[in-house]
Design a protein around this ligand. Structure first.
Ligand code: NFK
Length: 320
C-alpha cells in the first residue's frame, strides 16, 4: 500500500533494483569498514555502558596530536537492521583530514525499544565527551533511522548524564522525525511502537508541542535529504527543518542533487563527495565569546574552541 511504500527507501532507487541497491549499500559499508580497520588506528568495542550492546568504535587520524574533532555516526536500518561493524563508510576521507570518527552501536529491535536506543545514543555521546574532555567538538551524523536518533539528542537532558557534550554540529541525512506514520506500517512489527511511544520518540512532535529553548543553539544543524528520496522523506525533512527554525535553532536545509537514500551515504566513502569536504573555520564560539560556564563539566566541554568543521553544503551557503 501507498504509505508503506513511501517508507521503503529501496523502492525509490533509480539506478538499481531495490534488492541490488540494498546489497550494494551493505557491500560498500562492509568493504569500507574492513579497509578502515586494516588501515586506521582504532579502538574497537569500547564500552559506553554496562549493556552488552553499549559499544562504540573510534577511528583516529594518522597524526593525531592534541585536541581532535569527533565525527560520530549513527547508522540507519529502521531501528531493526544495521551494525557499527559494517557501516563505517566515512572513516577514510574524514580521518585523512584530521577528524576522528566514532561509530556508535545500539540495540536494534526486537532487542531494543525506541526508548532504549535513544538512551543508548545519549550515553554513548556522553561517554565520548568523558573520554575526550578536550575534544575540538563532537559532530553528530545520522542516516535515516540514525538521523532520528541523532535528532533526539536535541531533546536530551545532559544534566542527568553528568556531562554536557561539546556538540558543534548536526548532520541529519535522509532522516525521519515523526514516527507516527510508521506505527501504521509493517515496519512497526519488530518495533512494537504504540502511538504514545511514537509521540515520545518523535523530535518533530516534541519540538512542536513544547519548543525546547535551545541552550546552545549556536551549533549548525544541517537537515539533508536526497533528491531521489521518497516524497514522505522530503516532507519529514522539510517540516523538521521548519520546526527547528521556528524554535530558534540554527538550522539549514539541503536537498542533495541526484542521490537516493543509499547513495547519499555510500558516497561518504569518497574523498571528493560534497559531504566529506571538511573546512576548518575560526569558531564563532571560541573561549572569548562563549558565555561563562556554570559548572566544571562545561569548562571541560569547551575544549580549545578554536575551529569549527563545516561540511561543504554549509560552507557553500556561507560563501566560502
Ligand atoms: N527495508 C528498507 C531498508 C531501509 O529502510 C534502510 C536500509 C538501510 C539503511 C537505512 C534504511 N532506512 C532507514 O533507516 C527498504 O526496503 O528500503
Amino acid at each position: 500500500m501507498e504509505l508503506e511504500t513511501q517508507y521503503l527507501p529501496s523502492r525509490w532507487v533509480l539506478r538499481l533494483g531495490a534488492e541490488e541497491a540494498l546489497r550494494t549499500y551493505s557491500q560498500m559499508g562492509d568493504d569500507a569498514t574492513k579497509t578502515a580497520r586494516a588501515t586506521t588506528r582504532s579502538l574497537l568495542d569500547v564500552p559506553y555502558g554496562d549493556g552488552e550492546g553499549d559499544k562504540l568504535d573510534i577511528y583516529f587520524p594518522k597524526d593525531a596530536s592534541g585536541a581532535l574533532p569527533f565525527f560520530t555516526f549513527i547508522h540507519g536500518g529502521y531501528w531493526q537492521s544495521g551494525s557499527k561493524d559494517t557501516l563505517a563508510f566515512m572513516v577514510d576521507p574524514l580521518t585523512a583530514q584530521g577528524v576522528a570518527v566514532v561509530i556508535l552501536a545500539y540495540d536494534i529491535a526486537p532487542k531494543g525499544t525506541l526508548d532504549h536506543m535513544v538512551d543508548q545514543v545519549t550515553r554513548g555521546i556522553a561517554s565520548v565527551q568523558r573520554r575526550y574532555p578536550c575534544n575540538e567538538g563532537i559532530y553528530l551524523c545520522g542516516h535515516s533511522a540514525g538521523a532520528h536518533l541523532a535528532a533526539m539528542m536535541l531533546l536530551a537532558n545532559w544534566t542527568e548524564h553528568g556531562v554536557t557534550p561539546n556538540l558543534r554540529g548536526f548532520f541529519l541525512v535522509s532522516g525521519l522525525y515523526d514516527l507516527e506514520p510508521i506505527v501504521h506500517t509493517p515496519l512497526n512489527a519488530p518495533l512494537l511502537m504504540t502511538p504514545e511511544d511514537a509521540q515520545r520518540n518523535s523530535p518533530q512532535r516534541r519540538l512542536e508541542v513544547a519548543p525546547k529553548q535551545p541552550v546552545d543553539a549556536a551549533y549548525p544543524i544541517l537537515v539533508i535529504v536526497g533528491q531521489h528520496d521518497a516524497p514522505e522523506f522530503h516532507r519529514q525533512s522539510r517540516e523538521f527543518y521548519q520546526t527547528l527554525l521556528q524554535g530558534g535553532w540554527k538550522a539549514s536545509f539541503e536537498e542533495l542533487h541526484d542521490v537516493d537514500h543509499f547513495e547519499i551515504i555510500w558516497k561518504l566513502t569518497q574523498k571528493d563527495y560534497v559531504l566529506t569536504q571538511v573546512r576548518r573555520v575560526p569558531s564563532p564560539w571560541g573561549m572569548g565569546v562563549t558565555a561563562a560556564p556554570t559548572s566544571k563539566e562545561s569548562w571541560a566541554g569547551r575544549g580549545h574552541g578554536a575551529t569549527t568543521l563545516l561540511f561543504f553544503p554549509a560552507s557553500r551557503r556561507l560563501g566560502t
